[in-house]
Write a protein that binds this ligand. Sequence first.
Ligand code: NDP
Ligand code: PYC
Length: 340
Amino acid sequence: MTADATDVVLTLDEVHDLSFRVLTRHGMSDAHADAIARVITQGQRDECHSHGIYRLLVCTRSLRIGKVNPRAEPTLRDVSASIVAVDAHYGFSLLAFETGLPVLLEKARRQGIAAMAINHCFHFSALWPEVEAIAREGLVGLAMNPSHSWVAPAGGKQPVFGTNPLAFAWPRPGREPFAFDFATSAIARGDIELHARQGKAIPSHWAIDSEGRPTTDAQAALQGAMQTFGGHKGSALAAMIELLAGALIGDLTSMESQAFDEGAGATPCHGELLIALDPKVFLGDGYEAGLARAEKLFGAVTGQGARLPSQRRFDARGRSMRDGVKIPRALYDDVLALLD
Ligand code: NDP
Ligand code: PYC
């Protein structure tokens, strides 16, 4: 890998080790620190810069604010034959996800479809590692969550919705799954934060300033309101996520998460909904044919030179596993300072 003086190159083990040390240094239990360090490493590995090592700054700020329980032990509740709920007890979401995943998979295999509600969690991570984990088990995965009310509805100017990510993965035996994962805002807020850190302009369709005018100034965007992607369509999906991963699972909407924060500036605190579907149950004897039909669909996309979502990530994954990852020197120095 070529790196200039403004970059630092780390192996994936070094990224994990650094993340684990920073998190435990800030009082986090080993179990939480390991779950989070693994996902931050995956984010950096796949060159998802808004959800890689940058998140250590966000996590540690939330820990210092004191609202997160850094040693919370998630508990499981068997809601029904096809629903499991995991209470994160105001810890970060990732250990709760890992605690509930085996039960979600077992219920989906038995019932054909199952849901997992994660409640009372601080949430900062990308969702593709979770739906990929479901697809690696041969199941179809869906995941979604609210965040803080940063995003104006289409046609409005006041923030109501979160950046509300929606992720999906379809298993492809012997190869990487078909997966997508996107914020229902025009871009993840983390990307605007990274532009603000680097003093870079943003495209004018990402956000409006506090006067309601489209802006290219990342700082003004953070103080104004973000825009949904795809106008009214992203707005409707964002609302759906508030309902399914908020109201339906008895947890906070993005407006309520923002109010719960009381201006402290911590990571959003709310719930998350995951759904797993087992193609073997849906398709029975038609399982092989169903998966072959999916492959034909993917081939029709790639056959004309279009790419599947996540292909950029999988390419980056290969490079990072071989060569390590490049981290901007200024970010690396800020992360190292967290060990002082
Ligand atoms: P992007 O717009 O970067 O990517 C969205 C998806 O579209 C990815 O799956 C991407 O695949 C795919 N894609 C991009 N370009 C193409 C293309 N030309 N052809 C086909 N597919 C394409 O993501 P966002 O900025 O919306 O979100 C980034 C991350 O932020 C997500 O992982 C999300 O989970 C996370 N997030 C988390 C939140 C939380 O509350 N925890 C809130 C909001 C966002 P590829 O990656 O391969 O380019
Ligand atoms: O990038 O929008 C975002 C985000 C919110 C919470 C975690 N990431």
